[in-house]
Design a protein around this ligand. Structure first.
Ligand code: MF3
Ligand code: CO
Length: 263
């Protein structure tokens, strides 16, 4: 059963989402050579708490940090630590915030200095696949339309989607039904209805879709050590169309060009 949220509940999720978005904007600015990922984590936790939120990830199934920071061939769930960013890196930053019992979850991949053409195209394609999926979040569409939108665009651009990790419903808990794979068939799966809220998160590899889990039992990396990118937004299905609850400054206009959205 896919739960549905009232308009008032979606407003509360949007307040959590604003903190997530602000935190990611701050982290993006911090991504310079020699910054340790642990410093990003500390700054994120401070930002979240100063805005009245709780870092959702911290303590989730024993996860030890407030954000995930996953550089280069690392796909997701990198535990921040001593690793220092270097010019030419890309790094996925994933943030979850609980505010008054409601959760927002979003991720971006950013470039440190100049990461080169392949990395930039990988990031662009991954982010565009997310927006294509977001555009499918309308009542009457099916969950498979969302999944298919990611897969079709990614594979048409010569990249691969990770199979073993998925997006998810979100609300009072970070992970609710349904699971949202980044591959699928148009028209398949449950029908989307007003009030459903999804965290859609394409994880896209430059090489093979295969991944491996690290010794810390969290970090997921590409099996072939090729680059990977990850973008995520929390999106509500509303009568008027998709509403992105974790939109950052500057995204509102950009996305309006691509898809018809509600803010
Ligand atoms: N966005 C990720 C997810 O939906 C973040 C979870 S990290 C964890 O799974 F540490 F909290 F698990
Ligand atoms: Co998520």
């Amino acid at each position: 059963m896919i739960g549905r949220k009232s308009p008032a509940q979606i407003e509360k999720m949007a307040r959590a989402g604003e903190i997530v978005a602000g935190c990611l904007e701050m982290l993006k600015e911090m991504c310079r050579p020699d910054v340790a990922t642990a410093e990003l984590d500390r700054a994120a936790e401070k930002f979240i708490r100063e805005h009245g939120g709780i870092p959702t990830f911290k303590g989730y199934r024993g996860y030890p940090a407030s954000i995930c920071a996953s550089p280069n061939e690392m796909v997701v769930h990198g535990i921040p630590g001593e690793y220092r960013l270097a010019g030419g890196d890309i790094v996925s930053l994933d943030v979850g915030v609980t505010l008054k019992g409601w959760v927002g979850d979003s991720a971006i991949t950013v470039e440190v200095g100049d990461a080169g053409k392949l990395a930039e195209r990988l990031m662009e394609v991954t982010e565009a696949s997310l927006w294509r999926a977001i555009a499918k979040c309308r009542p009457g569409n099916h969950l498979g339309d969302v999944s298919h939108a990611v897969q079709e665009y990614v594979e048409a651009n010569g990249f691969s989607v990770v199979r073993t990790l998925v997006g998810h419903g979100i609300g009072r808990k970070m992970h609710e039904e349904p699971q949202i794979p980044n591959y699928g068939t148009s028209g398949a799966g449950p029908e989307l209805r007003e009030g459903m809220v999804f965290a859609i998160e394409p994880m896209v590899n430059a090489g093979s879709h295969k991944v491996v889990v690290g010794d810390d039992h969290w970090a997921v990396s590409t099996a072939d050590s090729c680059l990977s990118a990850h973008f995520e937004h929390t999106v509500a299905v509303t009568a008027a169309g998709p509403r992105v609850l974790t939109a950052r400054a500057g995204e509102k206009n950009k996305s309006l060009e691509a898809v018809s959205l509600v803010w």
